[in-house]
Design a protein around this ligand. Structure first.
Ligand code: TYD
Length: 220
């Protein structure tokens, strides 16, 4: 939680093809037009080392990557991201919007790769020194629809996306279970709604949170 600083940390989560990037960019534009400083970032990635780790873990052609190695690469990328980017931005009073965060590892590596939610959560709590979002926006998408949306643009599927629908079903269930375990810090929205309907609901919830954040104290 970021209660001791004035920024706000929002993570966007959901299956592949849920529309997270579209919603993050609409929210960023809406908040900026209201005078907030916003940082949009993503995982894996967000730092130079994180972008290298991203291509290591997502691109085809690095040979087989076992599940533990995969989980550690995502966690390493996240450690750099939390320490070098997210925490400093929050301390400056920035609203940070991250496309994916710890829940993605709990869902994809914990459930998808069967490493177990608890082990993956513990690893990532350590990696981030317990930096958690104030709000997680979960865009819930049926795996078959997510696949249709991704392949409509004929983009080549990465290592995760090309997994079977059954893998993506486990991930979806894991995301929903995470949201149910702490409903006050989640906004769960069915991703098939119109883009504008989704963005209005997200903005309403975030505005409520921002109204509750105390103003940044200026030095005398
Ligand atoms: P990306 O291109 O960002 O996909 P999307 O647009 O759907 O977010 O690729 C990220 C992929 O990496 C996605 O398939 C989810 C996966 N992933 C994990 O398996 N574990 C993680 O911790 C993170 C952050 C992502």
């Amino acid at each position: 939680m970021t209660t001791q600083n004035q920024g706000l940390f929002i993570a966007f989560e959901g299956g592949d093809g849920a529309g997270k990037s579209t919603q993050a960019s609409l929210l960023a534009a809406a908040l900026e037009s209201r005078g907030h400083t916003v940082l949009r970032t993503r995982e894996p990635g967000g730092t130079p080392i994180g972008e290298k780790l991203r291509s290591l873990v997502l691109d085809h052609g690095h040979g087989h990557i076992d599940a533990r190695t995969e989980a550690l690469i995502f966690a390493a990328s996240r450690a750099a991201h939390a320490t070098q980017v997210i925490r400093p931005a929050l301390e400056d009073g920035t609203v940070v919007l991250s496309d994916r965060y710890i829940d993605s590892s709990v869902a994809y590596q914990g459930a998808g790769r069967n490493l177990g939610a608890d082990a993956v959560r513990t690893l990532n709590n350590w990696a981030t020194d317990e930096l958690h979002p104030d709000l997680t926006v979960l865009l819930d998408v049926e795996p078959a629809i997510g696949r249709q949306r991704r392949t409509a643009g004929e983009a080549v599927e990465d290592r995760m996306e090309s997994e079977a629908d059954e893998f993506h079903c486990r991930i979806r269930e894991a995301f929903l279970a995470l949201a149910q375990s702490a409903p006050e810090t989640y906004l769960v929205l069915p991703a098939h709604q119109a883009v504008e309907e989704l963005s209005a609901q997200i903005l309403a919830r975030v505005t409520t949170l921002l109204d509750a954040v105390p103003p940044l104290e200026l030095a005398p």
